[in-house]
Write a protein that binds this ligand. Sequence first.
Ligand code: SF4
Length: 477
Amino acid sequence: MEFKLIKNIDKYLANNFPRLGINKKREVKRLLFEIAKRDNLKIDDIACLCGKDALRQMDKKILSFKQIKTFLLKNRYPTVYKRHEKNIFYLPALNISKELEFKPSKFKYEPRYIYIEKKSLQSELAEKIGKLFPSAKFEPIENIKNHIKEHKYTLKDYSLRHENLFVINENYDFFKKCPCAKSVVRCGYYVLNLGFGCPFECSYCFLQEYQNFSGIALPSNIDDFLNNLAVKLTLPPAYAPRGVSNDTQASGRVKSFKGLWRIGSGEFSDSLALDNISDYSKKIVPFFAKYPNAYFEFKTKSSEIKNLLNIKPAKNIIVSWSVNPQKIADLNEFYSASLAERINSAKQCADAGYGIGFHFDPIIYYKGWEKDYQQIVELIFSKISRDKIHWISLGTLRFNPELKKIIENRFPSSKILDEELIIDFGGKMRYPDYLRTDIYLKMTKFLQQADFEKEKIYLCMENSNTWNKVGLNLNKN
Ligand code: SF4
């Protein structure tokens, strides 16, 4: 539908407004496209969008380009336009290529090419992968960096990343502070870099913009990661939450965290999606059981919990699921487990003795979102006892502006870009502040109505202003 629509808009602009300059045409074209896509309009409707004959009047210089642009912006951003400055709209050139569209297929993770770094050739992981995928083509490589330089992957290859599996030996990038964006309240989280690349396909995933190769990389030397961590965990964390409360100590530490480490994988991959291959959980759980001064979190959208259920759980291991209404998942979270499967997996892990977390992140806004999200809250608490749930985070959709072009190319049927997203703090595209605050207030209300303590709720990648407006306190949460 999108390609036909763009063709029609091009034809319409060329026939009726031949004198419009390139940049003006680019903006009018983008606005017409976004409005028509959102409202499901046809080309004849587009001609009437700006009022009868308005575009023609612009061409005859009866109306200025500025007046027409205002007209279109007011239509495209009806609530934001009245309340915000006018330079927050991101209107890049519209370049959509059929070649980039992601086409879902029946999914089974089965890489065709397996590249193994020389240092990993004798590893347990390489041996297991050899047995699991005997028909794949195996190739030893010096290291993944050289391979990436030689292959020059582009966005076109991104959808093929489940075909390439890399077994690597990570030498130094084991552990880092969670890469918080500028101006957000940081939660003092650390990331254990266990793998890069994800077999799932979420329309909003930042990896589409960030990942520079087509494949999934799994480190074979997890023992080095854990040895490295063992040294760090003998001390309290140096990186602490920073944010909104008056109780924050001069050092920047927050009293109530009492020196506990909060560590997780799942920043550059899904923590459990490939756990049946990597077996990382089998080493991580017994390792962290020895460090009660740390929480370790597996973040996932999968139902890959077999290993976890077969080993002795530890209280400080939190298994958490990111959740969205099924109708959002259907169009934006391909190949991951369904909402029901995620919640059932959470129940099984809770029953086995693990701590549980949930991330309403990203929350996608649409008309009537409240009912669907409240139903998820009710479903969670109908299955899992409150005291098993250690935390629930809330984070509305946000992304770097560049990702907008990738989403509209790879997921043309997704509706997530149709709402009013503007360039906001940290240079990211977000819903406007009043909408985000409203969403967080309602979500906190739903959670409190389900008797979930407010202190266990936190906001992800939000500024202190919003924390305050929602009445959450980082020291206590
Ligand atoms: S599960 Fe996470 S890492 Fe994987 S595609 Fe979705 S957003 Fe990206």
